[in-house]
Design a protein around this ligand. Structure first.
Ligand code: ZN
Length: 199
């Protein structure tokens, strides 16, 4: 016997595939949604659909944007020859919040993780190399997480880029081992950037 109506079960099922949402949270959200005013529910559904349909990768840094080029890459006041490589958009946002970085970014959308079968070509790494061929970069700052995957990725990138003569640096410790950038406070992130070391 179904405990809930088919519609509610379906809604719970859809919500429970979201990261961090277990079955209990999905049930709680589902009951919240069916009690919301209809126009709010429609606005929520529309926001999800429109975001999914209209957001694309920035042509240069591969963050998500509404336009061809994101606001950071479109900003003429930033140093377009200094590129900070991050694993994901949340890490980029964390560094932007420090207000201390005036270069641009490159979002990998992941890290090399052999145990999950994620290789260099499964992240936006070939795109970084291609990008470096077309600009005269002065520095590539590798700001991947200090997890095993983040370190593996940093070493891999460094080995690829160093022969080109471009300066390659790695954000300093102060970022705890295994620490995920997005959870680190802005002061620590700024210090890690200031104290970056050349690889
Ligand atoms: Zn961009």
């Amino acid at each position: 016997m179904e405990l809930y109506s088919g519609y509610i079960s379906r809604l719970i099922g859809e919500l429970s595939v979201l990261p961090g949402i277990g079955n209990k949270s999905a049930q709680r959200l589902a009951f919240h949604i069916i009690n919301m005013p209809k126009d709010r529910v429609e606005a929520l559904a529309l926001a999800m659909t429109e975001a999914r349909n209209n957001i694309k990768y920035c042509r240069e840094c591969f963050t998500l944007t509404d336009n061809e080029v994101c606001p950071i890459c479109a900003d003429k006041n930033r140093d377009h020859k200094q590129i900070m490589v991050v694993e994901n958009i949340r890490d980029m946002t964390a560094y932007e919040k420090t207000g201390k970085y005036s270069g641009v970014y490159h979002v990998l959308h992941g890290a090399i993780n052999p145990s999950l079968g994620i290789g260099p070509n499964d992240i936006k790494l070939p795109d970084l190399l291609k990008r470096l061929q077309s600009i005269d970069a002065t520095e590539v700052i590798i700001a991947t997480n200090s997890s095993i995957e983040g370190e593996t990725t940093a070493m891999y990138i460094s080995k690829l880029i160093k022969p080109t003569g471009i300066k390659v640096t790695r954000i300093a410790s102060g970022v705890p081992v295994g620490g995920e950038l997005e959870y680190i406070d802005e002061v620590t992130l700024s210090r890690a950037l200031d104290a970056r070391v050349e690889l």
